[in-house]
Design a protein around this ligand. Structure first.
Ligand SMILES: Cc1cc2nc3c(=O)[nH]c(=O)nc-3n(C[C@H](O)[C@H](O)[C@H](O)COP(=O)(O)O)c2cc1C
Length: 193
């Protein structure tokens, strides 16, 4: 994997994995092995969920016959780079329990499953990149998923980092680890007032 300068500074001593994970757009076409793919989805399998409902569903394709269909429901900005990655998937969240009552936290739980996958990818020296830029109306029909049963959350790609010079110039400049707000902008101790 080509090296990139990572200047992320933590304000407390956390596992390096948290700052080592970042979302490149420069993917090599090197395929993932079956073992690597199994590990990614095994990691997401162990994500926590409300009542252990495990309300996520992933559909993915590598270089198989459906890959063009999977690529086709990305928004144009993501189509510029994501088709290079060897695995493209979509996370869906289940809408209802078997009794028809809504699964209120299924989108949150699906986010946990995504993050587990992304962290596992990082531990394996791979990159995972989520994308909300998808053609949400077309996704259900093209991928054969019922919108009554599921809500699409995001697409994602996983692969090895590739040659950044293959990206358009504006994307090349942005292809590096970004920063974060201080914790105090997002976390309050005690009541907010
Ligand atoms: C739900 C979600 C949707 C995103 N949508 C896109 C997208 O459509 N296109 C894109 O290039 N990046 C997308 N991103 C990547 C974010 O821009 C990125 O995670 C954020 O800037 C933080 O950078 P990092 O992941 O490198 O730490 C998305 C990330 C998430 C979690």
């Amino acid at each position: 994997m080509p090296e990139v300068e990572n200047n992320r500074q933590t304000h407390a001593d956390v596992a390096p994995l948290f700052t080592e994970r970042w979302s490149t757009r420069a993917f090599s076409s090197e395929p993932l092995t079956d073992d690597e793919i199994a590990k990614l989805f095994e990691a997401s399998r162990w994500a926590p969920s409300s009542g252990n409902s495990q309300p996520w569903m992933v559909v993915y394709e590598t270089d198989g016959p459906d890959r063009a269909t999977f690529d086709s429901v990305l928004r144009p900005g993501n189509q510029k780079w994501a088709p290079s990655a060897p695995l493209l998937g979509y996370f869906f969240a289940k809408n209802n329990r078997p009794d028809g009552s809504p699964l209120g936290s299924s989108q949150f739980d699906t986010g946990s499953a995504w993050m587990s996958l992304a962290m596992q990818a990082t531990m394996m020296g791979l990159h995972a990149h989520a994308m909300g830029g998808i053609e949400k109306d077309a996704v259900y029909e093209k991928l054969g998923v019922s919108s009554d049963e599921y809500t699409v959350i995001c697409a994602f790609v996983v692969g090895h980092r590739g040659d950044v010079s293959a990206l358009e110039e504006d994307l090349q400049a942005r292809d590096k680890p970004n920063d974060r707000d201080p914790v105090s902008e997002h976390v309050t101790k005690g009541v907010v007032g």
